[in-house]
Ligand binder design. Structure first.
Ligand code: NDP
Length: 369
């Protein structure tokens, strides 16, 4: 009975196929029901780790068992707060010995983008499954190596695209792809914020891989892809960066891009470090949906226009929020040997399109994908 309920919850999130749970063996599901929680090692105790760590308390299948940090003092403080034993504390130098820690099943890389590649490779070499933050890497070539390393080690690799686990975004995907808006015509997606401290790693090319597109514009790109359920066939982009602004010596500020999809849908996307945006809109022949904020940590809002009426459209609630839902999803995929709905290949697709966006802006022409 419990099993049935759990299954139904997951099906409600997006269908067993897309969640990789079809074909799950009875033994694997039974193991899942035994209540064993898989152990996560958090690598990098920064701002986003602060968002993630409290979420383990809501998880059914995940717990935090190790911390990796350049600051032993901070690691000890977090360990006391989240109940991590001394034996689970690592520095970047001692990270590879994590292979000997049986309480760590999954390594979650929450480091600056430019370090994702190295720590994913080291985690796979240590025999651990990997959750990696977005953007997956600095380049598509690095992303390919990360996928190959995890595959060779027989480990799972999932990219932390949290919107795939958030109720409103899942509902927007369903509405957009189901035909309830008619034939899709136009998507607009805007993501940005006014970036501050010029010394932060997000403005350092080696650590960030690029500017607003790598950090926040990637949400516009993701939205265009998951709302349409299609892969773009061409991209044209325009960059606007004031290079005399001390923040933008190494990376771009604004880079707006247009994606054309095989069905004819066109997506206009904003990516900027100059102003605040968090919104998307999908327009079909029979109506539209509008989300603002669209991909925030909380308080996302969806409106729908159909049959000449516009109204708020609260999404059906999910059993878990986007943070704990995503942690548990990878744990379940490991326990049942199934594929995550946002695997390394999903991150690689974005990296290839991101490189095409940069090429288009640089060369001033449309780039075919
Ligand atoms: P922070 O700068 O707040 O934290 C990064 C942490 O990485 C630092 O605190 C530090 O931890 C460690 N680190 C190791 N080497 C360096 C270095 N050379 N420079 C800076 N930090 C270093 O970044 P965020 O937490 O905001 O971002 C981390 C990752 O998470 C990024 O890839 C980002 O894109 C992603 N992210 C994803 C979000 C999402 O919603 N999915 C939201 C926010 C970020 P320590 O001191 O413990 O060594």
């Amino acid at each position: 009975m419990v099993l049935t309920t759990r299954r139904r919850t997951l099906l409600g999130m997006g269908g067993a196929c897309s969640l990789g749970l079809l074909g799950t063996s009875a033994e694997a599901l039974a193991a899942q029901e035994n209540g064993r929680k898989l152990g996560y090692a958090i690598v990098g105790l920064g701002t986003y780790a602060d968002v993630i760590l409290p979420r383990f308390a809501e998880c059914r299948h995940s717990r935090v068992t190790a911390l990796v940090s350049g600051s032993p003092e901070k690691a000890r403080r977090y360990a006391a707060q989240y109940g991590v034993p001394d034996s689970g504390l690592y520095s970047y130098d001692t990270f590879d010995t994590i292979r000997d820690n049986p309480d760590v099943d999954i390594v979650y890389v929450i480091l600056p983008n430019g370090m994702h590649h190295e720590y994913t490779l080291r985690a796979a070499a240590a025999g651990k499954h990997v959750m990696c933050e977005k953007p997956m890497a600095n380049t598509a070539a690095q992303a390919e190596e990360m996928i190959a390393a995890c595959r060779a080690a027989g480990r799972k690799l999932m990219i932390r695209y949290r919107s795939h686990f958030e109720a409103n975004n899942r509902e927007a995907m369903r509405l957009a792809r189901s035909g309830e808006l008619g034939t899709l015509r136009i998507v607009t997606a805007e993501h940005g914020f006014n970036i501050g401290d010029p010394t932060q790693w997000r403005l350092n090319r080696a650590l960030a891989g690029g500017g607003s597109l790598m950090d926040i514009g990637i949400y516009s790109l993701q939205a265009a892809r998951y709302l349409t359920g299609e892969e773009p066939i061409s991209v044209s982009a325009v960059e606007s960066t004031d290079r005399s602004d001390v923040r933008f010596r190494e990376v771009e500020d604004t880079i707006n891009f247009q994606l054309v999809f095989p069905s004819g849908v066109v997506a206009d996307c904003v990516s900027t470090y100059g102003s605040h945006h968090n919104r998307y809109r999908v327009v079909g022949t029979q109506g539209w949906l509008d989300a603002e904020p669209a991909t925030a940590y909380e308080g996302n809002r969806l409106r729908l226009r159909r049959e000449w009426r516009t109204a708020d459209h609260p999404a059906p609630e999910l059993a878990l929020n986007q943070f704990s839902g995503q942690l548990d999803h990878l744990s379940q995929c490991v326990m049942t040997d199934s594929d995550p709905i946002v695997p390394g290949e999903e991150g690689l697709r974005d990296m290839r399109i991101i490189e095409a966006i940069y090429r288009s802006a640089r060369e001033g022409r449309t780039v075919a994908l």
